[in-house]
Design a protein around this ligand. Structure first.
Ligand SMILES: Cc1cc2nc3c(=O)[nH]c(=O)nc-3n(C[C@H](O)[C@H](O)[C@H](O)COP(=O)(O)O)c2cc1C
Length: 220
């Protein structure tokens, strides 16, 4: 796929076919992500690929925690508040997603089901966790973001859909224990990956994007 077309057509998918991603394809897209630029070539990324029964066991564990509303332990806490414009966008995203699925705002049961799907990795056959040394700071998180986007685009070029999930790190402590990672590692994000389910309504959802006129100033 042509590069710009690949970038423009990427979207988050939240329903997947059960078919596993062949190991060689996963290796190829992860290797491509490793080509991302980094602050002084430090390459802070560490990656855990979780598939098969191990993924099912982790999902089970996270679901139990989430269902019982166990205390969360994210290494990057969710912001306590947002600037007004971003907060508006955030709510609009939530409302449009519910609308796509025909869920009323007041339908707490359906919304809870939707929240819990995060911990089932939306049915994806593969969950990828990105983490780094706990002593690292903002520039390394920046680098991890670049790695993430390259991974998503490389996967998309091979027909693999994905969704980045902060919520997959809500139970960072338990997830790191499960993956035998040192507790001082910083768990940044989980990414569900698989072949998109073409019949799932949720995959018809498209987020709204700002136009360049809304975020660029030209200084000539
Ligand atoms: C850092 C980050 C965290 C995210 N966390 C979640 C999440 O926990 N659950 C989820 O369903 N989507 C999550 N998303 C996906 C966003 O909702 C999605 O990228 C956004 O709505 C834009 O849509 P698009 O990816 O289709 O362009 C996350 C994305 C990013 C970059």
């Amino acid at each position: 796929m042509e590069a710009l077309e690949n970038i423009k057509s990427r979207q988050s998918y939240r329903a997947f076919k059960p078919d596993p991603i062949p190991d060689e394809i996963l290796q190829e897209v992860i290797e491509a992500a490793g080509k991302s630029p980094t602050y002084m070539s430090t390459q802070p990324w560490e990656v855990a690929v979780v598939t098969g029964q191990t993924k099912d066991q982790l999902s089970q564990k996270l679901l139990e925690l989430a269902k019982s509303n166990a205390p969360t332990s994210p290494d990057i806490p969710a912001p306590a508040s947002w600037p007004e414009e971003l907060d508006k966008r955030r709510h609009e995203h939530g409302a449009r997603r519910l609308n796509t699925l025909g869920i009323e705002r007041g339908d707490k049961e359906s919304r809870e089901k939707l929240r819990l799907m995060n911990f089932e990795f939306y049915g994806a056959p593969c969950a990828v966790f990105l983490y780094m040394d706990g002593s690292l700071g903002e520039w390394s998180i920046f680098d991890m973001g670049l790695f993430t986007q390259t991974l998503l685009l490389a996967a998309h070029a091979r027909g693999i859909g994905s969704v980045v999930q902060a919520s997959a790190t809500d139970y960072a402590k338990e997830t790191k224990e499960f993956l035998n990672l040192n507790s001082d590692k910083k768990l940044l994000v989980g990414i569900s990956m698989g072949y998109p389910d073409p019949d799932a309504i949720v995959n018809t959802y498209r987020s709204l994007k700002k136009k360049p006129g809304e975020f660029v100033t030209w200084h000539t």
